[in-house]
Design a protein around this ligand. Structure first.
Ligand code: SF4
Length: 353
C-alpha cells in the first residue's frame, strides 16, 4: 500500500522537508502552463510529493475504487500507417490478419461478464467494417448483461454518420487517442490528418459519448512542452478519460531503432492529469508493465484508476501486434494482485447505464 500520509504532508519518503510541494494543494496550479512543464520533469522527493497529491485527489473522487475493463480485440487490420505500430498498413501483407466473428465476440463478452466486469471494451485497427460488426452486436450484448453495462469503443476515425449509428445502437464511450498534440509531429508519425483526428474527437463529444484521448510519451522529436499541450488539449476538448503510454520501439516499424519513452515522465504525466481533473478516468496501461516490471502498480501510485484485462482469444491475441510479439498481455489475476498490492479495490464502470 502507498504511504500517503507521510508524503502528502510535505515530506519525502526519507523524511526530508521539501520545497514547492505545498503549491500542489492549489487546485488552479495546473492552469499555469509553466507549472505543468516544470512538474512534468520532477524526480526524487518532488516526484513523491506529486504522486501523493495525485493519489489524494483520486481518493477524494473515487475512494479506493479502480475501474476494471474487459478488452476484446476485434481485428488487427488497419488502414493507417503509424510509424510506431507493427499493425500499420505497410505491414498488412506480412502480418497474419484476423477478424473475430460475431459468435466469437459474444463468447468473449460472456467471459467478461463471468469475470464480474461490466465494461466491454472493443478495440481494433482502423477499418470501416468494425462499425457494423461491433454496432450490430451492441443491443444483443446489452440484453445478455441484464444489468448496467458500459460499451466502450476504440475503433479509430469514422464519419459523423458512423459515430451516430454507434451511439444509437447503445455505445457509451469512445477512446480516440490524439497520440501527440504537435500537429507536425502527429502527421509525421501517423501519416494522417491531425485536423481530421480533432474533428472526430469533437464529434464524439458533441454526440454525448464519454470520450477518452491520450498521448504517447517519448516519440522521437517530441518536447516536454508538447506534452504540456497534450494535457491542455485533453482538458480543452472536454475529455472524460485521458491516458499516457511510454513509447515502445516496436520491431518491423520505422521507429524500431529509437530509444523507448521515459517511464518516469509518463508517470508524472499521469499524476498531473489526475490533479488537473480529479474526475478523469486514467488507465495504468500495459505498456508501463512492458517497459518495466511493476510498471502498472507504479501507474496506480501516480494516480491512475483504471486497469484493462485482455480477454481476446489466445490465438488472435498473438496476432494483435500493437507493441510487437512480446507485448505484455494483462490477465485478470494480475489486475487483482496489483489492485490488492496498492491497497485499492476492483470496481465497476462509472458510466454504465
Ligand atoms: S496505432 Fe492504431 S491507427 Fe495506427 S497503425 Fe496501429 S492500429 Fe492503426
Amino acid at each position: 500500500m502507498f504511504n500517503d500520509t507521510v508524503a502528502f504532508a510535505g515530506h519525502s519518503r526519507n523524511g526530508r522537508q521539501q520545497v514547492g510541494g505545498s503549491e500542489l494543494s492549489d487546485p488552479d496550479l495546473f492552469w499555469d502552463r509553466d507549472a505543468i512543464v516544470r512538474w512534468l520533469q520532477v524526480s526524487g522527493a518532488e516526484q513523491d510529493l506529486l504522486f501523493a497529491a495525485a493519489r489524494s485527489a483520486r481518493e477524494q473522487v473515487y475512494g479506493r475504487r479502480v475501474i476494471v475493463r474487459g478488452l476484446v480485440e476485434v481485428t488487427n487490420l488497419c488502414r493507417v500507417n503509424c510509424e510506431f505500430c507493427p499493425m500499420r498498413r505497410d505491414n498488412t501483407k506480412q502480418n497474419t490478419i484476423f477478424q473475430l466473428t460475431p459468435d466469437q465476440i459474444l463468447e468473449v463478452v460472456s467471459e467478461i461478464k463471468a469475470a464480474g466486469i461490466n465494461i466491454v471494451f472493443f478495440q481494433a485497427g482502423e477499418v470501416g467494417k468494425t462499425t457494423r460488426l461491433v454496432g450490430d452486436l451492441i443491443p444483443e450484448i446489452q440484453t445478455r448483461f441484464e444489468s448496467p453495462v458500459e460499451l466502450l469503443l476504440c475503433l479509430g476515425n469514422k464519419t459523423d454518420a458512423e459515430y451516430e449509428f454507434l451511439k444509437k445502437q447503445g455505445a457509451t464511450s469512445y477512446i480516440l487517442k490524439h497520440e501527440t498534440s504537435d500537429p507536425d509531429l502527429n502527421e509525421r508519425m501517423r501519416h494522417s490528418s491531425f485536423e481530421e483526428r480533432m474533428r472526430c474527437l469533437r464529434t464524439l463529444v458533441r454526440l454525448g459519448f464519454k470520450v477518452g484521448t491520450g498521448a504517447i510519451v517519448g516519440l522521437p522529436g517530441q518536447s516536454v512542452e508538447s506534452l504540456a499541450d497534450d494535457l491542455e488539449l485533453a482538458r480543452d476538448i472536454g475529455a472524460h478519460m485521458v491516458s499516457a503510454s511510454p513509447f515502445i520501439p516496436a520491431p518491423d516499424t520505422p521507429l524500431a531503432g529509437y530509444p523507448a519513452g521515459d517511464v518516469e515522465l509518463t508517470l508524472n504525466f499521469i499524476a498531473i492529469a489526475r490533479l488537473m481533473n480529479p474526475s478523469w478516468l486514467i488507465p495504468s496501461v500495459s505498456a508501463l508493465e512492458r517497459r518495466q516490471g511493476g510498471g502498472q502498480l507504479n501507474g496506480l501510485a501516480a494516480g491512475a484508476n483504471v486497469l484493462t484485462v485482455n480477454f481476446t482469444p489466445q490465438l488472435e491475441q498473438e496476432k494483435y501486434l500493437i507493441y510487437g510479439k512480446d507485448r505484455y498481455v494483462v490477465r485478470n489475476d494480475h489486475v487483482t494482485q496489483i489492485v490488492r498490492q496498492a491497497g485499492l479495490e476492483r470496481a465497476h464502470s462509472v458510466f454504465a447505464a
